[in-house]
Design a protein around this ligand. Structure first.
Ligand SMILES: Cc1cc2nc3c(=O)[nH]c(=O)nc-3n(C[C@H](O)[C@H](O)[C@H](O)COP(=O)(O)OP(=O)(O)OC[C@H]3O[C@@H](n4cnc5c(N)ncnc54)[C@H](O)[C@@H]3O)c2cc1C
Length: 304
């Protein structure tokens, strides 16, 4: 049995792995890929520049380290995680198992696609699923946002600080807080389309316009950036029933990245921290590894 398994190798899992290695913990990283969502970025027309926090600069060093330490990671999916008698069992997609005294879950989130023409074609070319990393790049520009929860209203408040014009499509069937809706309604630069359905994204190299239908009919909206903001879904489908999840599927942690189960830690987007930032995930991964190290020291002598 190992000391520690880290599930996921996005920024959180990679930083956890680096710290675990430094502490010479007997650790295995199990992940479907290396880098996670930091492998993607949204390119905006005429907005490339020093404003963006570059994933490749931040994460590559951690990725290279793990690639070098080949014995310490398995490129595989975990299909089940169970806890019993102070030990954790990970069952992998191929049916094999790995055991450890402690586990860090760093499996991030995934985003629902809306499945409309042009979505796949322009994804990352002017069209993204999270505006939080890019809002400051829209000074003086036009932005289109769409979503079905308060997340899109929060994004609208943030982007309208920078952009000259924001069109926010509230998708039909969504749920929005009246207070937040009223606050957004007070901003002159924001146009809200209620009960909206997105029909199509169009463009050239980048997304340039979106076709939206609503009770007002069908309209074509041009913008410099497009964001569809569904609520991100935590990748926790493999977490066994004995381990409590929040109602949205996230793994809640305390200030030391401990979950409610002794020996089980979580870091990054999977915790539902709401920041969705590479630097936040890197920091949480490091913290989770150091907390796991303390836990291992307290619960067993590593040189016994
Ligand atoms: C298009 C796009 C652009 C972005 N741009 C920026 C930006 O410019 N700046 C910024 O700071 N942030 C940006 N973000 C957000 C940032 O990428 C994420 O906040 C960050 O990657 C989260 O790190 P994480 O380690 O928590 O999760 P993730 O990066 O999601 O990594 C999760 C890891 O878990 C693995 N995994 C998942 N399920 C399993 C399983 N069952 N078994 C094994 N492994 C599993 C995955 O393969 C992956 O390695 C962007 C996100 C997207 C989608």
């Amino acid at each position: 049995m190992r000391d520690l398994i880290i599930i996921g190798a996005g920024p959180a899992g990679l930083a956890a792995a680096l710290y675990a290695t430094r502490k010479r913990i007997d650790c295995l990283v199990i992940s479907k890929d290396l880098g996670g969502k930091s492998n993607y970025s949204v390119h905006l027309p005429e907005s490339e520049g020093p404003g963006a926090i570059r994933a490749d600069e931040l994460v590559t060093v951690y990725k290279n380290r793990l690639e070098y330490l080949r014995h310490s990671h398995r490129l595989a999916g975990v299909k089940e995680l169970t806890a019993s008698d102070g030990a954790f069992v990970c069952t992998l997609d191929d049916g094999s198992t790995e055991r450890a005294r402690a586990v860090i879950v760093a499996t991030g989130t995934h985003l629902r696609r809306i499945e409309v023409p042009g979505e796949k074609q322009f994804l990352s070319r002017g069209l993204g699923y999270s505006s939080i990393s890019y809002s400051h790049l829209f000074a003086g520009k036009r932005v289109f946002l769409a979503g079905d929860t308060d997340r899109v209203l929060d994004s609208t408040l943030e982007i309208s600080i920078h952009a000259d014009a924001v069109t926010t499509a509230l998708l039909a069937g969504g749920r929005y807080s009246p207070d937040l809706l009223a606050r957004v309604g007070e901003i002159d630069r924001v146009t809200v389309i209620e009960e909206a359905t997105i029909k199509e994204f169009r463009g050239d190299e980048y997304a340039r316009e979106v076709v939206v239908s609503s009770s007002a009919g069908e309209q074509t909206i041009a913008a410099d950036g497009f964001f569809v903001e569904p609520e991100p879904e935590p990748n926790t489908g493999f977490v066994g029933s004995g381990i409590g999840l929040e109602s949205n599927g996230s793994l809640k942690v305390d200030g030391e990245n401990r979950t409610g189960v002794p020996g089980l830690f979580a870091a990054g987007d999977v915790t539902g921290n709401g920041y969705e930032q590479i630097l936040v995930s890197l920091g949480e991964g490091a913290k989770a590894a150091l907390s796991a190290y303390r836990y291992l020291l307290k619960t067993g002598n590593r040189r016994e």
